[in-house]
Every structure is written in C-alpha cells, then in structure tokens.
Design a protein around this ligand. Structure first.
Ligand code: ZN
Length: 186
C-alpha cells in the first residue's frame, strides 16, 4: 500500500528541524509527494506486487501493539494501515524539501480481525522477510523511473514557510540548518 495520508498518535517524538530561534510552518495537508507516490505505485505494479494506491497510515507510539479497543477505534476512523514509523520522517522530509512516499508492506491484521490470529512478532518477522524481497524489486523498478528534475512542489516547500526574519535567527541555528534553509536566509 502507498499511503497518501497520515494520522499522528505518537507522543513527544522530534518532528521538526525548527524551533531553536527560527519558526517555520510547512504545508502538510498532503504529506506525500504525489509524483513519487505515483511512480512507486507503477513500480509496484511492474514488480508484480498487489498494490493499493492511497489510504491513511496511523502512526502509533508503541512499542506495544494495539489494544482491541484501539484497533477498532482506528478502523471506525477510516484508518487503513497502522505502524510505528513513517510519520516523523514524512514531516522532516517535507521540511528539508525532499520528495517523500511510503511503501507500506503489510504484515498482519493487527488484532481486530475475527478470522486471523492477533499480531505477534513471529508473524511479523515471517511476513517481513517475504515483503523485503518484494520491496527490493519495487525499489529497483522505482529507481529506473525517477526523473532527473522534479516538477512537484516539494523542492520549494520552505519558500513561504519561514516566519522568523533572517537577521533574527541565531548564528548557531543558521549554521546547523544551513543545508536546509541556507538559500532562504542569505
Ligand atoms: Zn515531490
């Protein structure tokens, strides 16, 4: 599955490059790069994988798996897949103006499905090994499809996102964030 939305159920994870004397609010209504996600879908098809394009990924804190009540709640909210990673990197990628998409290789039905066993580490590892082989084929097919130039908006996500005046940003913050914001603060 290639999600196009995320829901944050994490607590206190570092989710931004900003804050130390510089304020920025990037657009995040559409957290995934459409262009990259489309290419990932095509690559997945080409690799012969069963592909679901679009859907919402709920990112839970973990490390414990969901309770039955949580699992049912997420389904009632219309969530499609659940995991413990992905969301923070999507936010950081957008702030760094990097195109981002997720290949979500599903391992289990969490704990809500009456006809499937509840999720265990053993189940995840078995399916994960199978999924890893699929993922390698998809990534191989995806790399061939990547264009030399980007036509999406990811490359300019920060253009009108920085609120702090350049002369008010502390020098140390400027130095640390130079690879990301340098071109906007000069
Ligand atoms: Zn992009």
């Amino acid at each position: 599955m290639i999600p196009d939305q995320f829901l944050d159920r994490t607590r206190g994870r570092i989710s931004t490059f900003f804050g130390e004397g510089i304020v920025a609010h990037i657009p995040f209504a559409h957290p995934v790069c459409d262009a990259l996600a489309g290419m990932a879908g095509d690559a997945s098809d080409a690799a012969g994988a069963r592909t679901h394009r679009g859907g919402t990924y709920v990112c839970m804190e973990g490390p414990q798996f969901s309770t039955l009540a949580e699992s049912r709640l997420y389904r009632s909210w219309g969530m499609d897949v659940i995991g413990m990673t992905n969301l923070q990197e999507a936010k950081l990628a957008r702030e760094a103006e990097i195109c981002y998409a997720t290949l979500a290789l599903v391992t289990d039905y969490d704990c809500w499905h009456p006809d499937h066993d509840h999720v265990t580490v053993e189940m995840i590892v078995q399916n994960l090994l199978r999924n890893a082989e699929t993922a390698q084929r998809v990534v191989r097919a995806l790399v061939e499809r990547l264009p030399a130039d980007r036509a999406c908006g990811c490359a300019t996500a920060l253009e009108s996102a920085i609120i702090t005046r350049p002369d008010a940003v502390p020098p140390e913050t400027k130095r640390k964030l130079a690879p990301i914001v340098g071109k906007y603060l000069d």
